[in-house]
Design a protein around this ligand. Structure first.
Ligand SMILES: [Zn+2]
Length: 279
């Protein structure tokens, strides 16, 4: 399907209950296109549950992704913590794949005062092992390191694109709110366009045809992201971002992570669908 699909990070607030199944049904009722299943506090879904989720999503025509637990640090200094982090990614990928999700998103690491070059190598090597294991299990889910909102977190734009360029089946999760909060910039049409241009240069047109995007309002300070806000209560120039996505003909999934979830997801979808391409 051409263009972008819009949806929520987690079950919409207006769903009948907070379950993933009711979330998917509500997404369909709202005429949104996708939902990210939040395993951020742990993967608490069994195989039978995941199969039901897959059936529901297929029936309702809702595309899914999953967000891995926050407790991941591929740069942890204790080997057992790195292994536990790898296991959390693999576990997320396993259940996500049973859910019929096409992508998983994760926050890769913290620098912990180490040099970014060193951290990059550690993250790459440990993600490479994860990807080998997934391949062995025939798990074809896209594994997406996310652009992180704080300068203490590994995951600036170039680091994420480097991982994607080096590892098969690894693709970016471009969180435009995080990048704005982290840099204090990247909040205008030319800046948004420059990110998309960079994605295209580093990963090719195929990456723009297979985008996974997070958007929300955000507050930030010297240490980057403070918290997510509703779009209209924030300074985030979402109309300019949507315009850039249109001009670059980006295809894929946009997950809204504003506190009001579906309200802003619908706002983004409507703005995207009504604004003309030229400009
Ligand atoms: Zn995230």
């Amino acid at each position: 399907m051409p263009g972008l699909l819009f949806g929520t990070g987690g079950t919409p607030h207006s769903a009948k209950t907070n379950t993933t199944i009711d979330g998917i049904k509500r997404i369909a009722e709202l005429k949104l296109g996708c939902m990210e299943v939040e395993f951020v506090q742990g993967v608490r879904m069994g195989e039978a549950g995941a199969r039901l989720v897959a059936e529901t999503a297929a029936r309702e025509g809702v595309r899914l992704s999953a967000h891995a637990p926050y407790f991941i640090n591929l740069n942890a200094h204790e080997p057992e913590k790195v292994r536990a982090s790898q296991d959390r990614i693999i576990q997320t990928a396993r259940i996500a794949s049973l859910c019929g999700a096409e992508s998983i998103v994760f926050h890769a690491a913290f620098y912990l005062g180490d040099s970014p070059g060193e951290v990059y190598t550690r993250v790459r090597e440990s993600l490479k092992e994860v990807m080998h294991q997934l391949k062995r299990k025939n798990n074809r889910v896209w594994v997406r390191p996310e652009i992180a909102g704080k300068p203490s977190q590994f995951g600036n734009l170039e680091e994420v694109l480097d991982l994607c360029a080096e590892l098969e089946r690894v693709a970016p999760c471009i969180d435009f709110a995080h990048w704005h909060a982290r840099t204090g910039a990247f909040n205008s049409y030319p800046e948004f366009a420059s990110i998309l241009q960079r994605v295209k240069e580093r990963l090719g047109r195929a990456a723009l045809d297979n985008m996974h995007i997070h958007i929300s309002g955000i507050t930030y300070g010297e240490k980057g992201e403070v918290k997510h806000l509703n779009l209209k209560e924030s300074d985030f120039q979402y109309t300019e971002l949507l315009q850039a996505l249109k001009v670059y003909d980006a295809q894929g999934i946009v997950i809204c992570e504003s506190p009001n979830l579906e309200v802003d997801a619908l706002l983004l979808q409507e703005t995207y669908n009504t604004r003309p391409k030229a400009g």
